[in-house]
Write a protein that binds this ligand. Sequence first.
Ligand SMILES: Nc1ncnc2c1ncn2[C@@H]1O[C@H](COP(=O)(O)OP(=O)(O)OP(=O)(O)O)[C@@H](O)[C@H]1O
Ligand SMILES: [Mg+2]
Length: 261
Amino acid sequence: MDSQITLRALSKFYKQGDEKIIAVDNVTLDVRAGDFIVITGRSGAGKTTLLSLIGRLAEPSAGTLAIDGVDLQSLDDAALSALRARKLGFVFQFASLIPTLNVFDNIRLPGLFADKLVDESRVTDLARMVGLGDKLNNRPAQLSGGQRRRVAIARALVNRPAILLADEPTGDLDVDTEKEMLDLLQSLNTQGMTIILVTHNPNLIAYCNRAFRMERGRLIENAPVIASVLSAVEGCEAIPNRHTEIASSRKPLLAMTFENL
Ligand SMILES: Nc1ncnc2c1ncn2[C@@H]1O[C@H](COP(=O)(O)OP(=O)(O)OP(=O)(O)O)[C@@H](O)[C@H]1O
Ligand SMILES: [Mg+2]
């Protein structure tokens, strides 16, 4: 099976005084095109750091990372920026919008880095998709926290990235809006977008085909359970309906157990 994102013994250390903080510890992972990966884990476990390494927003201290077979270590800054702009979309943990730009320009911004003109209609379509069609002229300070988060989701999608790295993308959202955003991500994933999503909400595992948790820098895959096997097991109604529904409609017929969360 081809690996779209290949992590080999990837680590990130920070020095704090005499202390060495191991934020990401020896992570090896193959992400396939079209995977929807959810990573949970306690605060400080290394989730954001891992996403930063995958997006090469931070340099690894050890190990290698390749995207579509290209070792990112071999790229200079310009080539790295081009690859990032072409292939990756980011939703940062802290929405990080540009405060002086309105919603329209914040969404359009990554297009500038991809060296291509983004159609105005694409920007307005995305704004509408995240429910902000009537806020195009608002600056971030004139939006709620959840609205800012939705601008960040639209911005991450503007270049039609092959890979979406999303750090708590639904953190400030109410239950209904969260579901709308996840349904949007799920439909993009069905169309082939790879998604790696970090969250504190274990319910989001229902959307993924591979679930992981981070513990003190280590990435641990939750045991997959074949949906068909699951349905043959007595008492499987204990698993929430939406979970089995979604899992059984997915191409790799996997459902995740909720153990170890
Ligand atoms: N720039 C930095 N300098 C020093 N230590 C850092 C730095 N960035 C992160 N860390 C440390 O690395 C560890 C992992 O941090 P990280 O932000 O990846 O955690 P997280 O799992 O995303 O947590 P949360 O769920 O709270 O967002 C933490 O102990 C954090 O204090
Ligand atoms: Mg984090």
